[in-house]
Ligand binder design. Structure first.
Ligand SMILES: Cc1cc2nc3c(=O)[nH]c(=O)nc-3n(C[C@H](O)[C@H](O)[C@H](O)COP(=O)(O)OP(=O)(O)OC[C@H]3O[C@@H](n4cnc5c(N)ncnc54)[C@H](O)[C@@H]3O)c2cc1C
Length: 377
């Protein structure tokens, strides 16, 4: 066992931490209030090589491992979840399907722009009536004269409608009991993207409803063999869960940072509230659970990097950090008292940003279903 991060991992953590503190923190409140997509920050993160961390350098990525990617997402979320999910959804959901399942031509066409962060990509799995039961997709794609004609709709798709979005990979029924993944470039006729959706949290991230009406996509945009779509998206979600779990640790750590600082500064009954045992215990519980959650996330990332089975560890990390971040943000806001309820206090944004971590990329219940399946139940 070796619990120490390597020098490269520490360097990456510090680089992302510095960026998050110096560039994201000053902008986060305003971006959230105005529900404004962080174009400038995305372009700065592209320059830092953060938009394709686990994608090989030959395709314009950083060629780093999953642990590096998890560290970066954790440090971004510690400051702001909208920025973090923009990177995580672009990397794990938008770019990864093309990297994992695309042929050489598809990789050459898409990856250099995506992994370098010049353009963004999205993954459209969820539909108005197919959420947890993602295999119940109703969107259909029919092959006619060398094109897939897509009809259907997708719901809550991250990064789909920004000015720099290049494409969305969607799941579609390409036959009876046959699901495939197809890349749909933005701007394709018959592909309509809704206005940004209004949200409780992640307000500066881009979330859209998509509709396809006889949308013709070249036959060559199918990813991998026809009918492999279900298996492919399960694999994508397994990997994506590590980054959402990293968000849970990062958000809990951010909430703890804010609560600790506030507790030392806020005076009541003639002393800092940090001197009261009730407040100390809340912080002690937070620190303990954050450590536990972090180990689960790093272990899942390590298993993936070692080429070992990681789906169970990823689901456990996602479930635990979802619950942990919920408890942490709640306790951290409590320590802030009434001020924590005010918009100008960062903890109120973290509080709103937390809930989706227990819903997106599989709800808590879905994680338990995955875990139970691995337990042989
Ligand atoms: C901000 C945001 C961004 C998102 N980004 C994306 C994206 O980029 N791409 C994408 O494809 N999707 C995205 N999603 C969709 C997200 O993954 C789904 O919302 C999620 O999987 C849950 O699906 P649902 O909302 O339809 O809930 P439902 O599946 O309808 O679930 C409702 C409730 O029922 C419970 N439930 C359902 N089935 C069971 C069961 N068998 N046993 C026990 N309980 C059950 C659920 O746990 C939940 O509590 C995003 C969602 C949001 C809100």
């Amino acid at each position: 066992m070796n619990y120490e991060l390597s020098e490269e991992h520490e360097l990456l953590r510090r680089t992302v931490r510095d960026f998050a503190v110096s560039r994201v923190a000053p902008a986060a409140e305003e971006l959230d209030r105005e529900a404004r997509f962080p174009y400038e920050l995305v372009s700065e993160m592209a320059e830092l090589g953060l938009m394709g961390i686990p994608i090989p350098e030959e395709y314009g990525g950083a060629g780093a491992d999953t642990l590096s990617y998890a560290l970066a997402i954790e440090e971004l979320t510690r400051i702001d979840s909208s920025v973090a999910i923009t990177v995580a959804a672009h990397t794990s959901l938008g770019t990864m399907p093309i990297y994992l399942f695309g042929d050489d031509a598809q990789k050459e066409e898409w990856l250099p722009r995506l992994a370098s962060g010049q353009r963004l990509a999205a993954f459209g799995l969820t539909e108005p009536n197919a959420g947890s039961d993602a295999g119940a997709t109703r969107t259909r794609a029919e092959l006619r004269d060398g094109s897939w004609f897509v009809n259907g709709s997708k719901m809550f798709i991250t990064n789909a409608g920004t000015d720099i979005t290049a494409c969305v990979t969607i799941t579609a029924q390409t036959g009876d009991d046959e699901i495939s993944n197809i890349v749909v470039p933005n701007g394709t006729g018959g592909y309509e993207i809704s206005a940004p959706m209004h949200k409780l949290g992640w307000r500066a991230s881009d979330t859209r409803e998509l509709s396809f009406k006889d949308c013709a996509v070249p036959e060559g945009n199918l990813l991998g063999p026809r009918g492999e779509g279900f298996k492919q998206f399960m694999e994508i979600l397994d990997g994506g869960r590590i980054s959402v779990a990293a968000m849970g640790v990062g958000l809990a750590q951010g909430a703890y940072d804010l609560a600790l600082a506030y507790a030392k500064e806020r005076q009541q009954f003639g002393r800092p509230i940090a001197r009261f045992q009730a407040v100390q215990f809340a912080l002690a519980d937070m620190a303990t659970e954050i450590d536990a959650g972090r180990q689960l996330v790093y272990r899942a990332a390590w298993l993936k990097d070692e080429g070992k089975p990681f789906a169970l560890a990823a689901a456990q990390a996602k479930l635990y950090t979802g619950l942990l971040s919920n408890r942490a943000v709640n306790a951290a806001l409590q320590i802030h008292g009434g001020y924590g309820f005010m918009a100008e206090f960062a903890i109120s944004r973290l509080y709103r940003d937390q809930k989706i971590l227990e819903i997106g990329e599989g709800t808590n219940e879905v994680q338990r279903m995955v875990i139970a399946k691995h337990l042989g139940l």
